[in-house]
Write a protein that binds this ligand. Structure first.
Ligand code: NI
Length: 378
């Protein structure tokens, strides 16, 4: 069975990889997942979802444990030269969600074989739109967590070799917030700047001052990262533009620290702008919260991983975001990393994870779900 399972899952992974779809538009992907589950006689829950699938294995009124895979791809042009590389120009599974989907399909097949002996039910969430941080909330709103006691999810980790496993209890992924700053000066002829208010020079002062927030306004132990990632303004060489737009992101792990950031940015930019006789405005877009693994379940994921033969590590907190965090605000569980040994990292056009992780990870998640149900019943 093992070789057969591996071949099936790698085949599905390649089919998904060749046909990637961006966040919220995973229609064919959803269709394929439904088809593969149906062919294995696995029940699909009738939830109102535009894209994404929720399957369930097991009967009776025992506890319910959930496993989650994400299914969306990224707007990236693939540069790997694999025979199964993307056929969809400008779209690529550059984060390995095709791998995650095939892993959880494999777990579903294995759990289906053991259905009669399950001490409850396993719900498997094939979640859309992870990359834009809206998919988890869509599934929650559709009722995907109803009756669920514990949830697990995982991501491939290109910097870890295949066979290695990492997680931690407590904060793992960061709070992710996006900001825009509108810097409004007064347009003028470039030769007569005294007649206007130079929004470009003002924007430069604001960018420099923003970098003092992590280092001067917060403790070094607060781990605040602030990056300005876009600056847009002006369209020719001899005109000072009226407006400059800045965009960027702030990452934190502490909820109280996160809450202080917008007012500190606002105070800084308003006063710098006022000093120039201009105006600056902050627009704040809150993203996913910090992903906090329950200590009990993070430890449990590690015990099961060690029993499955993984080399288990404790990870440091990461500054990236993951919308699995929304599930963990509703119920306990844990998110884990599994080595995928890619020379190029996540979201890189040459990202190329090892397929050798797929079948072992499928066996791992099946066993994790099965043992979680026993633990919940005990
Ligand atoms: Ni991802």
């Amino acid at each position: 069975m093992t070789n057969g399972l591996s071949d099936t899952l790698v085949g599905w992974r390649r089919e998904l990889h060749q046909n990637p779809e961006i966040s919220g538009l995973e229609f064919q992907t959803t269709q394929k997942i439904r088809q593969w589950l149906s062919e294995a006689d696995i029940a699909i829950l009738p939830l109102a979802l535009k894209t994404g699938v929720v399957a369930q294995i097991g009967q009776g009124d025992g506890p319910v444990c959930a496993l989650r895979a994400d299914i969306d791809a990224l707007p990236i042009e693939e540069q790997s030269d694999r025979p199964f590389s993307s056929r969809n120009p400008g779209v690529m599974h550059a984060c390995g969600h095709d791998i995650h989907t095939s892993v959880m399909l494999g777990a579903a097949l294995l759990l289906k074989e053991r259905e009669a002996s399950l001490a409850g039910k396993v719900r498997i969430l094939f979640q859309p739109a992870e990359e834009i941080f809206t998919g988890a909330r869509q599934l929650i709103d559709a009722g995907a967590l109803e009756g669920v006691s514990v949830i697990f999810g995982g991501h491939n980790a290109p910097d870890l070799p295949v066979g290695e496993f990492g997680t931690r209890s407590g904060p793992l992924h960061a709070n992710v917030d996006r900001f825009e700053i509108l810097v409004n000066g007064k347009g003028a002829h470039a030769a007569r700047p005294e007649e206007g208010v130079d929004s470009i020079v003002l924007a430069a002062h604001i960018i420099t001052a923003l970098q003092t927030l992590p280092s001067r306004a917060f403790s070094a132990l607060d781990s605040v990262v602030l990056s300005v990632t876009r600056i847009t303004g002006g369209n020719t060489w001899n005109v000072l533009p009226q407006q400059v737009e800045l965009e960027g992101t702030v990452r934190t792990h502490n909820t109280a620290v996160r809450a202080l950031v917008p007012e500190k940015i606002t105070r800084l930019i308003e006063h710098i702008a006022a000093g120039f006789g201009a105006h600056a405005e902050l627009r704040w877009h809150a993203g996913p919260p910090v992903l906090v693994n329950s200590a009990e379940w993070a430890d449990f994921t590690k015990d099961v991983a060690a029993a499955e033969g993984y080399r288990v590590h404790d990870l440091p907190p990461l500054m990236g975001g993951e919308d699995f965090a929304f599930y963990l605000h509703h119920l306990p569980g844990a998110f884990v990393n599994i080595g995928s040994a890619s020379a190029f990292g996540l979201h890189h056009p040459r990202f190329d994870p090892s397929e050798a992780l797929i079948a072992p990870a499928a066996r791992y998640f099946a066993r994790l779900a099965q043992e979680t149900l026993h633990k919940l019943q005990a």
